[in-house]
Design a protein around this ligand. Structure first.
Ligand SMILES: CC(C)(COP(=O)(O)OP(=O)(O)OC[C@H]1O[C@@H](n2cnc3c(N)ncnc32)[C@H](O)[C@@H]1OP(=O)(O)O)[C@@H](O)C(=O)NCCC(=O)NCCS
Length: 176
């Protein structure tokens, strides 16, 4: 799979001309695409890499009882493969997730957030699903996530992640 969103149709039989298999350079490639915007009947609109300023991020984090760090999103954004915003009709951001990548097959989902007033309305489920489609369209093969145990039902059941072994090191705890 190429890194730039071009992909060979995986289930197609090998191309032939008469009985002669075509050389690999003759294989047809199709563009793997994903729409950058998706709208829902409840007026939630999802965007991939849509506008999102640092003040909106601060407001979103405050809304769900988190501790916002002004400047955080401005610092993080240049390292992102892409992010999803969910906005309602008046433009308010009600959902967000960020996707980072190793530049190859692996993408990592981080910082899923839903506005406090809009939780348990499947906003985050839609946001994560949309992020997964775009990570695939960008050429990634695997989407990773880690989370606290109380969110197992969200990531496994609602979003469809499979259980896997994974590991984590808290780097500041390493002896220098
Ligand atoms: C976790 C979070 C993103 C979920 O957002 P959401 O939009 O409310 O999630 P959804 O409505 O799509 O949830 C779908 C399902 O996942 C499960 N789920 C969602 N939030 C849950 C929670 N806090 N605890 C347990 N299960 C949860 C439920 O089964 C839910 O379906 P239900 O409402 O019919 O019971 C949101 O609670 C949030 O922003 N929390 C604060 C930030 C945070 O902790 N982020 C996670 C970083 S890993």
């Amino acid at each position: 799979m190429s890194r730039l969103g071009w992909d060979r149709p995986e289930r197609s039989p090998a191309p032939v001309c008469g009985n002669v298999p075509l050389a690999p350079c003759a294989v047809a490639f199709v563009r793997v695409t994903a729409e950058p915007i998706e709208s829902f009947p409840d007026a939630v609109v999802l965007r991939w890499r849509g506008p999102l300023d640092d003040g909106e991020m601060v407001d979103l984090v405050s809304s769900h009882g988190g501790t916002p760090v002004p400047g955080w999103w401005d610092e993080i954004r240049p390292h992102s493969l892409g992010w999803v915003t969910a906005r309602i009709g008046d433009g308010t951001v009600v959902g967000f997730v960020n996707v980072v990548s190793d530049g190859g097959d692996h993408a990592f989902l981080v910082d899923t957030k839903t506005r406090g007033t809009h939780q348990r309305r499947k906003v985050a489920t839609r946001v994560v699903n949309f992020a997964a489609k775009h990570a695939k369209a960008a050429g990634c093969e695997w989407l990773h996530v880690d989370f606290e145990p109380d969110l197992r039902s969200f990531y496994f059941d609602a979003c469809g992640f499979q259980r896997t072994d994974a590991g984590l090191i808290h780097l500041p705890s390493l002896p220098v």
